[in-house]
Design a binder for this molecule. Structure first.
Ligand SMILES: *[C@@H]1O[C@H](CO)[C@@H](O)[C@H](O)[C@H]1NC(C)=O
Ligand SMILES: *[C@@H]1O[C@H](CO)[C@@H](O)[C@H](O)[C@H]1NC(C)=O
Ligand SMILES: *[C@@H]1O[C@H](CO)[C@@H](O)[C@H](O)[C@H]1NC(C)=O
Ligand SMILES: *[C@@H]1O[C@H](CO)[C@@H](O)[C@H](O)[C@H]1NC(C)=O
Length: 285
């Protein structure tokens, strides 16, 4: 009896491993061909462009305008990976983004944000993360990065499944937002989202609380994006590949490491902002 059990559970594990291998190995992901297969520049009057070989999408910002792109597809649960190289030197006042957003009325929109807030030369960019559900956000966490994001491309990912939203930097999860809808905490799970990217001026608030303004003598500011991939992470397929289910010990360790060493703001720790107590999801496991 015991042998039969142990045999069948081992066989089962092998099948699971095989399936995972298949799912990772085969493109449920859109293969990274030309970046404009998946993304299209939508605004900026020529300030956004794709290199002739299709490998790099460049956004730029000057005193007149920023620029931006969007994904051609919309998604209901997806994993997206995108490599970004941020504007170097004095990027104070600028914001470079990569975010999911729904298309319906603003009052009920869903959104998952990665925003890179620029800084003066030698001071770190801030990666600002937030989630909106049904028009309501307010779940900010901010991080500095453990590398200079302006000298090389780094991979930034959003994994959005029915279980959770993960933010990954170079493959390491830095933030998990769990789906606590069963405890009445709104979670984006009903609207299709499109991916957007932009480079724009937000000198009123972006850098050091808006105290440092954009230095237009540095313009044009330029950010580059490459190697966009999007994979379906709907419940039908998400079980098969990375982070579809609960985070394993390694992933939890990575989140803890980022929190302990690089997190510079957490809404759950902001008692001044929430004098009556922080939102209840903050104390949910
Ligand atoms: C950044 O600043 C350095 C030193 O001031 C300068 O040599 C370099 O050309 C600047 N890079 C860009 C892209 O402006
Ligand atoms: C979304 O918000 C609107 C008000 O803006 C409210 O009427 C509606 O019930 C909300 N929907 C859900 C699913 O919470
Ligand atoms: C800019 O640099 C300052 C000083 O290091 C830091 O406190 C801040 O978080 C950085 N980022 C922004 C967006 O202000
Ligand atoms: C492009 O992205 C895919 C998926 O994130 C990754 O496996 C691959 O290594 C990337 N290619 C390059 C050249 O970085």
């Amino acid at each position: 009896m015991e042998m039969a059990f142990s045999f069948s559970s081992r066989a089962c594990l092998m099948v699971v491993a095989l399936l995972m291998g298949l799912c990772i190995g085969t493109p449920t992901a859109v293969a990274a061909g030309r970046i404009d297969d998946g993304l299209e520049v939508t605004w900026g009057n020529g300030r956004g462009s794709v290199s002739p070989d299709g490998q790099v999408l460049t956004l730029s910002l000057d005193r007149t305008s920023g620029s931006g792109f969007r994904s051609k597809d919309t998604y209901l649960f997806a994993r997206i990976d995108l490599q970004i190289k941020l504007a170097p030197n004095n990027s104070a006042g600028t914001v470079t983004t990569c975010y999911f957003m729904s298309e319906g009325p603003w009052e009920i929109h869903d959104e998952v944000d990665l925003e890179f807030l620029g800084n003066v030369t030698g001071q770190p960019y801030t990666l600002h993360t937030n989630v909106y559900t049904n028009g309501t956000g307010g779940k900010e966490q901010q991080f500095h990065l453990w590398f200079d994001p302006t000298t090389d491309f780094h991979t930034y990912s959003i994994v959005w499944t029915q279980q959770h939203i993960l933010v990954l930097v170079d493959g390491a999860p830095i933030r998990e937002i769990k789906n606590h809808a069963d405890h009445g905490v709104p979670y984006p799970a009903s609207q299709r989202l499109r991916l957007y990217g932009s480079l724009w001026d937000a000198e009123d608030w972006a850098t050091q609380g808006g105290r440092v303004k954009t230095d237009w003598s540095q313009a044009p500011f330029v950010a580059q994006y490459r190697n966009f991939t999007a994979a379906d992470a709907s419940p039908a397929v998400a079980g098969g590949w990375g982070y579809g289910q609960e985070m394993d010990a390694t992933a939890q360790q990575a989140v803890k490491w980022a929190r302990d060493n690089y997190m510079v703001y957490d809404y759950c720790a902001d008692s001044e902002r929430f004098p009556q107590g922080v939102p209840r999801e903050c104390s949910m496991p």
